[in-house]
Write a protein that binds this ligand. Structure first.
Ligand code: ADP
Ligand code: MG
Length: 350
């Protein structure tokens, strides 16, 4: 082995190389030498050399993932393929799904139809009343597009969480039609004898909504459930393995939440898999922070969006262009080169 190559290899496998940020990683020898293939985690398919390609959220700096692809490209099918494997590993799972796809129900134990069935969100382990009020009001202001409402909502919700009742909100709701709108939506989700987060986190849940639920109500319900779940998992302590995976369909509706969540480096065993057909709606930083991103096929405008988020080479571009179903690119955090893969979906979920 030549002297230069020897130094090159040493550098590639030295510890310092691991400390580099994603942006700099592209200049390390890792971009020349293929990293060893993952041998644990969810099997996605095979690469161009016929090797099995897996993704292991527990090993990645960030446990969260994103599936992007145009409508019909196979996003939900891939999500079900991953869920089926997670089940076999004993991982609990939720799907939050505004389309109420029957194909999810067939692999989950329990269907929870929100607004028909209710939740009790006054019990919120892992959050103080003020903290939860502050977080939730931040997202409600964005979901309803009522600029300037965050502070009033925070004050009202903090009282609700302290008193464990929606009554403080009910008292003020008629002072303002926008407040009334939010109150009415919360009322549709809430009941004193509704499900508590501790109960929900123990189940494999397909969370759905009746067809006439508004976009805002769906986003609010998803947001409340995710905040409660996040607090609950945090209250159980830090750990590196995935205990619960949440597939979130139409994830662009909660794009502000993802940016915050994906920045969180500590691990509480919660892995979110955001599914969307609108990659452009997400802040580009979400794709940089995600532990893994799977890009499925789509038309040229969609591929152009993907190419602007990740610098794609010609071969990568072509691999997911022309709507070839089953073709995908896998981007793993810390691995600067995307993998071109052909998915091998469990026939049970097709
Ligand atoms: N890898 C695949 N191989 C063969 N058929 C697939 C594959 N992925 C999805 N399909 C089929 O394509 C259709 C659309 O898939 P779906 O997952 O619902 O797409 P999306 O969620 O992106 O809209 C379904 O009928 C599904 O069975
Ligand atoms: Mg789908």
């Amino acid at each position: 082995m030549s002297e230069t190559l020897y130094h090159y290899m040493r550098k590639a496998f030295s510890r310092e190389a691991f400390g580099l940020s994603g942006d700099l990683a592209i200049f390390t020898p890792f971009s020349i030498l293929s990293p060893p293939e993952e041998t644990h985690g969810f099997i996605l398919g095979r690469d161009d050399r016929g090797r099995e390609v897996r993704v292991n959220p527990s090993k990645l700096p960030n446990m969260h993932g994103v599936i992007v692809g145009s409508t019909g490209s196979g996003k939900s099918t891939l999500a079900r393929h991953i869920l089926l494997q997670a089940q076999k590993m004993g991982i609990k799972e939720w799907v939050i799904d505004p389309h109420s796809e029957k194909s999810y129900t067939s692999i989950m134990d329990t269907r929870l139809e929100l607004t028909v069935e209710k939740i009790y969100f006054m019990e919120h382990p892992g959050w103080s009343p003020e903290e939860l009020a502050s977080e939730l009001s931040y997202y409600l202001e964005k979901i309803y597009a009522f600029p300037g409402y965050r502070s009033i909502l925070r004050e009202i919700l903090a009282k609700c969480f302290e008193e464990k009742s929606l009554y403080p909100f009910e008292r003020v709701k008629n002072e303002d039609p926008n407040l009334k709108r939010i109150y009415d939506d919360l009322r549709k989700l809430y009941s004193e004898d509704g499900f508590k987060i501790r109960e929900l986190a123990e189940k494999n849940l397909h969370i759905t909504f009746p067809t006439l639920v508004s976009r805002e109500l769906h986003a609010t319900a998803s947001q409340i459930l995710l905040l409660l779940l996040e607090g609950y998992m945090r209250s159980l302590g830090s750990r590196n393995r995935v205990d619960l995976i949440v597939v979130l369909e139409e994830a662009h509706l909660l794009k502000d939440y993802f940016l915050r969540l994906f920045k969180e480096i500590r691990k509480f065993g919660l892995s979110i898999l955001a599914v969307t057909q609108l990659p452009r709606e997400f802040d580009p930083r979400i794709f940089q922070l995600a532990g893994y991103v799977v890009a499925l096929s789509g038309p040229e405008s969609y591929i152009a969006d993907i190419a602007s988020l990740f610098s794609l080479g010609r071969e990568e571009f072509d691999h997911i262009a022309f709507g070839t179903r089953g073709n995908a690119l896998l981007f793993r955090s810390g691995d600067p080169r995307p993998r071109r893969i052909v998915l091998e979906i469990d026939p049970f979920v097709l």
